[in-house]
Design a protein around this ligand. Structure first.
Ligand SMILES: Nc1ncnc2c1ncn2[C@@H]1O[C@H](COP(=O)(O)OP(=O)(O)OP(=O)(O)O)[C@@H](O)[C@H]1O
Length: 777
């Protein structure tokens, strides 16, 4: 919406408000005749009477214009943020306008002047304009602020980009980078946060996949609602049959109707319950599977930002809360809406005066409910985050229990968990206290309504303006309405809670990975020639800190290249890029001349395999771990690679052989055994390129020689990239590349590099030899 259109709309609101309010005053005499004298009469202040003069409508109009003027002044002074936080005052003014207009209508009714068309015009326009003012301010005046914020954000983004281009990194390096990464993640989430309506629509779409079952359930619900709507009328009939008409036949007939309706209702309910439960469970399954798939498809940077325990919490707790609650909410909504819209006309037929006085406090309840709901959504999100953090602690401690025990850190971990659980406790207590106050407020509002109904209803009946039976029917429907509204109020907070818990689930499901690993389609024959061309890279979580600064490196097929250099200078990062864990910011990686991102994901990873320093084994048998990801791998293949990787040697001594369980993360295997199983797992793909990232550094001398022997055997006829800290591994390499500060500073074989006595490699070897250790650095 352009600024001009917004100005026109506000002006229109202003002109309409004044003209309708003044024009209505001209219709304060019987019939549709405009009478200018009626207008002048209104402003004879000496004749003012609350029961007869429409001056209050004019005062309301002035109040609206003054508040609009204040809003415009605030906006012009750049205080739109303040205005946004004051919007509850405008909402309250809207409600005040509604209450005054309704009371005025009832007052006119008391004086018997209801034949004046002006009364209806003033009341209708007052209600409409009072409610439309806050809406207009929100959607015209305040919309400007969002655009300004967007513009400011764009400016700051472009400022940041310029800083990065100029190479100006924050002075406090890593710390500030990681802080900015955290805020980046939060900002991204904030920016990608869907508006409430779109978010709800996404949840509905998730549940809507089981529409057939839900349709059956909701159709039965509708039948149930219609039957239910009959019951108060039947109660009233049965009571008046017994008390007023005193006819047993009428009573018998009403009772029979009652029994048939109750029986049909119970049958509908049972079938509906079965359909509903089935559909809910199917939905839970689908959301969990969908969320797991979405998580699996994320790029590695996503896992740098999100912790395991927190993701677990999303899949288990948050996913289930959507499927369990939303269909039930829809059911309750349908049931109660049906009850409200079914009861309201009947109540209006009994007495329109009593009905509008019953609904007089309704907008107040709505307003409080709205603000309460928004707060509950926020609290619920915080509560789920706190739960996820607690779960994260449990996950971390259980999986690292050996480290915890060996550092005697039980007390520290206990305190950490207690702290995290206390954070959850505080938020959930806040939610409960707030909910209690809200229920108290709701009960108060209902008490006011009850008093109005009985007092005003009694007054109308005593003055012969309402039949006693109509009052009885009204009271029955009023109770039903109470039940429906009561359920609505608790439903609303529950819905907002579910929305809070589903925010992260939907965010993950909608997240498009920056690196689409499935984009490649080519399946070339691979010889094993690798070229790194001008690679520049910074981790997504620390975008301002470059790790690789334009690396160029060519690796010939069938050769072994060792990457050495000081710790933290980018060796593992380089092979991480080759593994396509991340994409470089600039430059390309070519495998036999093909950019790696163009190669089919599965094909690529059968040609390139990694053996990491701490290989991850999955819970399952040794056989399952070796054949991991090889759907068509046979036992023969397994035996072949097991021999090569020195696995067979220790497996043959085990009671269950290849069916021995490895335990969670391979906890039931020794370091050397794990490493050799990992080598076999890499080899079973018959890769052309083998990456060994410090594959032997964590092992003792005996295990190392076993693993090294296995590796030497596998290295034949393959391109091998080895990152190692041990001279024994490095010196036999065809070429050695020294990586320093994200660049290749020296390259050659051991003898060539040793000739350069000023070189880093030479110094490193000297240092190692001087220290009489087998470790390089
Ligand atoms: N996932 C990550 N997110 C952010 N920064 C990272 C990540 N992984 C590594 N880094 C940082 O990147 C830099 C290079 O790390 P890398 O692991 O490539 O070094 P390396 O040369 O292999 O070191 P080492 O010899 O000790 O293994 C380090 O400063 C490290 O803190």
């Amino acid at each position: 919406m352009g600024p001009l259109l917004r100005k026109i709309l506000m002006l229109l609101h202003f002109v309409l408000d004044i003209s309708i309010t003044i024009c209505s005053l001209g219709f304060y005499s019987p019939g549709w005749n405009f009478n200018i004298d009626d207008i002048w009469k209104t402003f004879h202040f000496s004749h003012y009477s609350y029961w007869e003069t429409p001056l209050d409508y004019v005062l309301l109009c002035i109040l609206r214009q003054v508040s609009l003027l204040i809003a415009i002044i605030l906006i012009r002074r750049g205080k739109s943020k303040k205005l946004r936080s004051w919007m509850w005052i405008y909402d309250s003014l809207g409600i005040l306008g509604y209450i005054v207009a309704v009371l005025k209508l009832l007052a006119f009714d008391e004086t018997g002047t209801m034949s004046f068309p002006g009364i209806y015009m003033s009341t209708g326009s007052s209600i409409f304009l009072s409610f439309s003012l806050p809406l207009a301010i929100r959607h015209t005046l305040l919309i400007k602020e969002t655009e300004e914020v967007g513009y400011e954000r764009l400016q700051s983004e472009s400022r940041e980009a310029t800083n990065v281009e100029n190479g100006s990194t924050p002075s406090n390096g890593t710390a500030s980078a990681s802080t900015s990464s955290e805020s980046n993640t939060e900002n991204n989430e904030e920016e990608n946060r869907l508006p409430l309506s779109k978010h709800i629509w996404q949840i509905v779409k998730l549940c809507g996949k089981q529409w057939k079952w839900f349709t059956v359930a909701y159709s039965l619900l509708l039948i149930d609602c219609i039957l239910n709507l009959w019951i108060p009328a039947l109660y009233s009939k049965m009571m008046s049959a017994a008390i007023q008409i005193k006819s047993f036949d009428v009573l018998k007939k009403a009772c029979l109707h009652f029994a048939v309706i109750q029986f049909s209702e119970a049958t509908c309910n049972t079938i509906r319950y079965i359909c509903m439960q089935y559909a809910e469970r199917l939905t839970a399954r689908n959301i969990r599977v969908g969320l797991f798939k979405a998580i699996l498809h994320q790029d590695i940077s996503f896992f740098d930002e999100n912790k395991t325990g927190q993701l677990m919490s999303r899949i288990t707790h948050d996913a289930e809360s959507i499927s369990n609650s939303l269909p039930t909410y829809i059911e309750t909504t349908i049931r109660n809406l049906f009850m409200i819209f079914g009861s309201a006309p009947i109540m209006f037929c009994c007495s329109w005066q009593l009905s509008i006085s019953t609904f007089i406090t309704f907008p107040i309840t709505l307003l409080v409910t709205k603000y309460y709901g928004l707060y509950v959504e926020k609290l619920s999100e915080e509560e789920n985050d706190a739960t996820a953090v607690s779960n994260e602690t449990v996950e971390e401690v259980v999986s690292g229990i050996r480290t915890v025990r060996s550092f005697a850190a039980e007390k520290m971990e206990y305190m950490r968990y207690t702290r995290n659980t206390d954070a959850w406790f505080k938020i959930s207590t806040k939610t409960v206290v707030l909910g209690t106050f809200y229920n108290y407020f709701f009960a108060m509002m209902w008490t006011i309504k009850d008093v109005v109904v009985y007092l005003y209803g009694g007054y109308l009946t005593l003055h012969g303006r309402m039949a006693p039976e109509a009052l009885l029917t009204y009271a029955f429907y009023h109770w039903r309405l109470h039940g429906a509204l009561n359920e609505f109020s608790s439903l609303f907070s529950a819905v907002m809670k579910t929305i809070g818990s589903s925010r992260k689930v939907i965010h993950i499901m909608n997240r498009i990975p920056e690196l689409d690993y499935e984009a490649g389609t080519e399946t070339p024959e691979v010889v094993g020639n690798i070229i790194f061309e001008d690679i520049e890279f910074a981790y997504p979580t620390r975008r301002t800190t470059n790790i690789l600064n334009g690396i160029n490196l060519s690796i010939e097929p069938g050769k072994t290249v060792a990457l050495v250099g000081p710790s933290g200078n980018g060796k593992s990062t380089l092979v991480g890029l080759l593994q396509q864990f991340y994409a470089p910011q600039s430059g390309r990686i070519l495998l036999d001349g093909t950019p790696i991102q163009q190669i089919d994901h599965h094909h690529y990873h059968t040609k390139i395999a990694l053996v990491a320093q701490e290989p991850t084994l999955f819970s399952g048998t040794i056989r399952e771990n070796i054949l991991y990801g090889m759907e068509d791998g046979t036992d023969d293949d397994m035996m072949k690679v097991s021999e090569m990787a020195n696995v067979h040697e220790f497996v043959s001594k085990m009671e269950k052989g290849y069916d021995t369980e490895c335990g969670e993360k391979g906890v039931q295997m020794s370091g050397g055994q794990k490493q050799r199983i990992a080598i076999a797992r890499a080899l079973i793909r018959n890769p052309r390129v083998l990456i060994l990232d410090e594959a032997t550094s964590a092992l003792d001398a005996e295990s190392e020689s076993m693993v090294q022997e296995a590796l030497n055997r596998c290295a034949k006829e393959r391109t091998v990239i080895v990152i190692a800290h041990r001279l024994s591994t490095v010196r036999s390499a065809d070429r050695i590349a020294v990586i320093e500060k994200g660049n290749v500073t020296e390259i050659g074989n051991h003898d060539e590099l040793m000739k350069n006595q000023d070189g880093v490699y030479y110094k490193m070897v000297q240092k190692q030899l001087g220290a009489r250790t087998v470790d390089f650095f």
